[in-house]
Design a protein around this ligand. Structure first.
Ligand SMILES: NC(=O)C1=CN([C@@H]2O[C@H](COP(=O)(O)OP(=O)(O)OC[C@H]3O[C@@H](n4cnc5c(N)ncnc54)[C@H](OP(=O)(O)O)[C@@H]3O)[C@@H](O)[C@H]2O)C=CC1
Ligand SMILES: CC(=O)C(=O)O
Ligand SMILES: [Mg+2]
Length: 420
């Protein structure tokens, strides 16, 4: 990263006001009459209504459109466990994306917790404030139990973005990339580097989308996760395969797909050279991928290359998922976000990439033209059609699977944020 870019990033966060989000008022608060409605005595009326029926919280407060982005700071992007305070720029960033892309009000909450149980207790105690909870950057394996318990204990959607947001976007991108290179998902061989929150959830959803478990070689710091290993936790154990492959080199050799969800610069051009023809390389670690696109271009010009970043083609990043998934879930007041809703989101994303690209998107990226193909396997984040397509798919799947507490919204598909 150049010195200029580093300074620009720091200046962006510092000026004109520190941070990226603030609170806005939705009601007039100028006159004494306004204040008597907003606060005492008027505020007592909605209080009594909510005390009589908790559902009224959705009618009289911002709860229904409010999502908390909550972390313990143990897996900040690919930077690791730098603690909750250091994670705040990322969490504010997620809140920014919620608002910018899907009109969801969002606040970041960084929790200093001495144990997963303390984190769970903290989140459970504040959950009623929100319409949904987006867990972020919590490391594996703790994240799995944290999410499972909170889903059980909260009556609002709880969604670990690094697991499911990433999985939805990865499945969409992988299915499209396979289609472009003319390979079948059920035949594709994959090397997954990383066996944490994102890697495990992406692999699960890819299997649900048709990939065969025996074709997947997941690697952690100790190499391939195989059935002879005795050091695996239950989450990794589920992906142990009977194989004589032992190293990342072995797993990459002949693989059709490389899915990196680990850390910076983990694989070399030499390793990538050994992949099958037309390899699909998703180097998704942030901010620095497992291998840079420039290196891949040099050693494997036949590759389809994606990263988690905004500054290269094919951004496989959960930003394409979580804002719209929550939009759809909130609008039908879904009790939870289930597998059907996730797959529906993935299919909507994959489908949108095949539609003609709008002028608005071309202008935003300074491009003359762009069409479904090697450099465009997944929609761009600024594509306003994501709001309509993904939210509607998620809401419909929630209704169809019985987790919606409200009918499919009459104003769907949304065209712009003004429709919300
Ligand atoms: N593009 C996107 O949308 C997203 C990208 N990510 C990226 O994925 C990465 C992982 O995030 P997350 O799953 O949340 O974090 P976790 O802490 O849950 O998992 C990290 C995983 O990376 C593995 N790992 C770390 N170093 C190595 C190494 N040298 N060799 C092999 N494996 C290694 C760890 O192995 P071990 O189990 O042995 O410790 C662990 O399994 C980050 O870089 C993050 O930025 C995450 C979410 C979304
Ligand atoms: C994108 C994201 O959530 C991550 O890298 O952790
Ligand atoms: Mg994250």
């Amino acid at each position: 990263m150049s010195q200029d870019f580093k300074q620009a990033a720091l200046d962006y966060h510092q000026f004109p006001k520190p941070g990226k989000i603030s609170v806005e008022l939705t009601k007039p608060a100028q006159t004494s009459h306004d204040l008597s409605l907003a606060y005492s005595p008027g505020v007592a009326e909605p209080v009594k209504e909510i005390a009589a029926d908790p559902e009224n919280a959705y009618k009289y407060t911002g709860k229904g459109n409010l999502v908390a982005v909550i972390t313990d700071g143990t897996a900040i992007l690919g930077l690791g466990d730098l603690g909750p305070l250091a994670s705040k720029p990322v969490m504010e960033g997620k809140s920014l994306l919620f608002k910018r892309f899907a009109g969801v009000d969002s606040i970041d909450i960084e929790v200093e917790s001495e144990s997963p149980q303390a984190f769970i207790d903290t989140v459970r105690r504040i959950a009623i404030t929100f319409g949904g909870i987006n867990l972020e950057d919590i490391k594996a394996p703790e994240c799995f139990e944290i999410e499972r318990t909170l889903i059980e204990q909260c009556d609002i959607p709880v969604f670990h973005d690094d697991q499911h947001g990433t999985a939805i976007v990865t499945v969409a991108g992988a299915l499209n990339a396979l289609e472009i290179v003319g390979k079948k998902v059920e035949d594709a061989k994959m090397c997954v580097l990383g066996a944490g929150a994102a890697a495990i959830s992406c692999t699960k959803l890819l299997i649900l989308a048709g990939m065969k478990p025996e074709n997947i070689f997941m690697c952690d710091r100790n190499g391939v996760i195989h059935s002879g290993r005795t050091d695996l936790n239950q989450y990794k154990q589920a992906f142990a395969v009977d194989t004589d492959k032992r190293t990342v080199d072995d797993a990459l050799n002949g693989a059709d797909i490389f899915l990196g969800l680990s850390g910076p610069n983990m694989v070399t051009g030499e390793q990538i050279k050994t992949m099958a023809p037309n390899p699909i390389i998703f180097a998704c670690a942030n901010p620095v991928p497992e291998i840079m696109p420039e290196i891949v271009k040099e050693v494997r010009p036949d590759a389809i290359m994606a990263t988690g970043r905004s500054d290269y083609p094919n951004q496989v990043n959960n930003v394409l998922g979580f804002p719209f998934i929550f939009r759809g879930a909130l609008d039908v007041r879904a009790k939870r976000i289930n597998e059907e809703m996730k797959l529906a989101a993935a299919k909507a994303l994959a489908g949108l990439a095949k539609e003609p690209v709008t002028q608005e998107v071309l202008d935003a990226y300074g491009l003359e033209s762009l069409e479904f193909g090697r450099d465009y396997i997944i929609p761009k984040a600024v594509d306003t059609r994501l709001l309509g397509a993904v939210s509607a798919a998620v809401a419909q799947a929630a209704v169809d699977t019985g987790v919606a507490r409200k009918p499919f919204p009459a104003n769907y598909p949304l065209k712009t944020l003004a429709d919300i």
